[in-house]
Design a protein around this ligand. Structure first.
Ligand code: NAP
Length: 246
C-alpha cells in the first residue's frame, strides 16, 4: 500500500497517466495530477480520485520548460513537504517520415518526452535524496527498443528515456532512490485512436497476445514499481507490450 506517499504523475489528465493517477490513489497515495492544456480533464481526474476516497491536486506545467519544472516541483514540495513517487508519463507524437520531418517536429518530441523527464527528475531528485527515499518511473515505449518507421523523433526520445533511466539509477541508487522505465506496446488511448483500422490490424498481427493493451496494464506495473515489493529493482526497463518486442 502507498499510504502517506506523495505521487506526482505528469500528463495525468487523460490516457495512461489518468489511469496511473487513479491506481496509485486507490492504493492510498496523495496524487499531483499534472497537465499541460487539459485543465477540465485534470479537474475531472481529481474529482474521480476524491470520489474513491483519495486525495489529489492539479498542477499545470509544460514539462518541456526547464524553469517551469523548477517552479512546479518547488510548489509541490512546499505544499506536500515531500515527493515519494515521480511518474514521467507526459508524452506526445509528431509522426512523419524522416525525409519530410521538420526540425520543429523533431525538437518538440524530444523536448517533451526526453527533456521533460530530465527536467522533473533534475529538481525532484534533490528532494528524494534528502528523504533518502524515492521511486522514479519513466515512460518509454516499445518503439524506443525496436524503432518504428515514421517515428524517428519519437523512437529517439523513448530510447533516450532508457539511457536516462539507467544512468540516473546508477547515480541515485546509493541514496535510496530507484529509477525504472516501462516500455508499453500499443495501448488503447487517444494517442493510438488516431491510427487507421488498417494500421491497427497490421500492428495486432505483430503482437503475440493478439490485442492492444489497456491503460490499467501499465498502471498496475507502475504501482508495482512504486511499491515495497520492488525495493531491489532499479535501472530496469519493463516491457508491457503483449510480447511485441520479444
Ligand atoms: P495521451 O492520451 O495523448 O495523453 C498524453 C498526456 O500527456 C496528456 O495528459 C497531456 O496533457 C500530457 N502532456 C503532453 N504534453 C505535455 C507537456 N508538454 N507537459 C505536460 N503534460 C503534457 O497519451 P497516452 O497514450 O496516455 O501516453 C502516455 C505516455 O505513454 C506517453 O509518454 C506515451 O509516449 C507513452 N506510450 C503510449 C503508448 C500508447 O500506445 N498509448 C505506447 C507506448 C508509450 P494535456 O491533456 O494537458 O495536453
Amino acid at each position: 500500500m502507498l499510504e502517506g506517499k506523495v505521487a506526482v504523475v505528469t500528463g495525468a489528465s487523460r490516457g495512461i497517466g489518468k489511469t496511473i493517477a487513479l491506481e496509485l490513489a486507490g492504493r492510498g497515495a496523495k496524487i499531483v495530477v499534472n497537465y499541460n492544456g487539459s485543465r477540465d480533464k485534470a479537474l475531472a481526474v481529481k474529482e474521480e480520485i476524491e470520489k474513491i476516497g483519495g486525495s489529489a491536486e492539479i498542477y499545470q506545467c509544460n514539462v518541456s520548460e526547464y524553469d517551469k519544472c523548477e517552479e512546479f516541483i518547488k510548489a509541490i514540495i512546499s505544499s506536500f513537504g515531500r515527493i515519494d513517487i515521480l511518474v514521467n508519463n507526459a508524452g506526445i507524437t509528431r509522426d512523419g517520415l524522416l525525409m519530410k520531418m521538420s526540425e520543429e517536429d523533431f525538437d518538440k518530441v524530444i523536448d517533451t518526452n526526453l527533456k521533460g523527464a530530465f527536467n522533473t527528475i533534475r529538481f525532484a531528485s534533490r528532494q528524494m535524496i534528502k528523504q533518502r527515499y524515492g521511486r522514479i518511473i519513466n515512460m518509454s515505449s516499445v518503439v524506443g527498443i525496436s524503432g518504428n518507421a515514421g517515428q524517428v523523433n519519437y523512437a529517439a526520445s523513448k530510447a533516450g528515456v532508457i539511457g536516462l533511466t539507467k544512468a540516473t539509477a546508477k547515480e541515485l541508487a546509493s541514496r535510496g532512490v530507484t529509477v525504472n522505465a516501462i516500455a508499453p506496446g500499443f495501448i488503447e488511448t487517444e494517442m493510438t485512436d488516431v491510427l487507421s483500422e488498417d494500421v491497427k490490424e497490421s500492428i495486432i498481427k505483430q503482437i503475440p497476445l493478439e490485442r492492444f493493451g489497456k491503460t490499467i496494464d501499465i498502471a498496475k506495473t507502475v504501482a508495482f514499481l512504486a511499491s515495497e515489493d520492488a525495493n531491489y529493482i532499479t535501472g530496469q526497463v519493463i516491457q508491457v507490450d503483449g510480447g511485441m518486442a520479444i
